[in-house]
Write a protein that binds this ligand. Structure first.
Ligand code: SF4
Length: 230
């Protein structure tokens, strides 16, 4: 009985999931998948178990912040820091911290033992996200802190701001905004369907139907509505 109610709680929170802004976590991600999120295109329903795992990630963040907030060696200047409002992108960094000498943007990531064990350098997609935080916030250095959620082990990587890198991440989002506004579905990523994003993509079915290139969304929407009767 409880299991069904708890699952329903998570699944209900997924309803009306159209995205209206870019988020820092969209950096470097497949433009077509982001487009589909903006248009609330039909997607595979996420497992309630996966949604609970996201909540678990939030509780790990609180667990890490607790000692940081009470120690002398490190000062938490601010936690849950929104990037300044601007047209394109929204995001909230976990914290800005100081070691008494330098300021850092802190981004906490949790993962399972299997992924954590093989982590010898920061993951590219996490560096991309941190580069955008560093672009929009004042500290120009950041720390990616990884937590093994099975064993609570930690690994950390210091990342310096790179303006060319940040700009190379912002440019495709600006281009994608034009496509969203003009209802043009962007092409697939070149490594489709082997790219890791495709493996976990909730839009892989309709992506296959759309074909590889740019497609007019309104025509395609009629096609999938006719097929799925949504
Ligand atoms: S299946 Fe791959 S290419 Fe298609 S939308 Fe998803 S991530 Fe993008």
């Amino acid at each position: 009985m409880l299991k069904e109610f708890i699952n329903k709680y998570y699944l209900d929170r997924q309803k009306d999931r159209a995205q209206h802004h870019f988020y820092i976590s969209d950096a470097g991600k497949c433009s077509r998948a982001i487009f589909f999120k903006f248009k609330n295109a039909p997607r595979e329903e996420m497992d309630a178990r996966i949604l609970r795992l996201f909540d678990h990630g939030d509780s790990i963040h609180r667990l890490i912040m607790k000692p940081l907030l009470s120690m002398k060696e490190v000062h938490v200047v601010a936690s849950e820091v929104d990037i300044p409002p601007q047209e394109l992108i929204r995001g909230r960094a976990d914290a800005i911290i100081s070691d008494g000498k330098d300021l850092y943007v802190l981004d906490i990531k949790s993962m399972n033992s299997m992924v954590f064990k093989n982590l010898n350098r920061a993951k590219e997609e996490h560096i991309d996200q941190l580069q955008l935080y560093l672009h929009y916030l004042d500290p120009k250095k950041g720390i990616l802190l990884y937590v093994n959620k099975d064993t609570q082990e930690l690994k950390e990587f210091v990342i310096k701001y790179s303006s060319p890198k940040a700009r190379s991440l912002i440019k495709p989002l600006t281009e994608l905004k034009t496509k969203i506004d003009s209802n043009i579905i962007p092409s697939r990523i070149s490594s489709w369907p082997d790219n890791w994003q495709c493996k976990y993509c909730p839009f892989k079915e309709i992506c296959g139907l759309a074909g590889p290139g740019n497609v007019k969304w309104l025509d395609f929407k009629k096609k999938i509505e006719a097929q799925t009767k949504i």
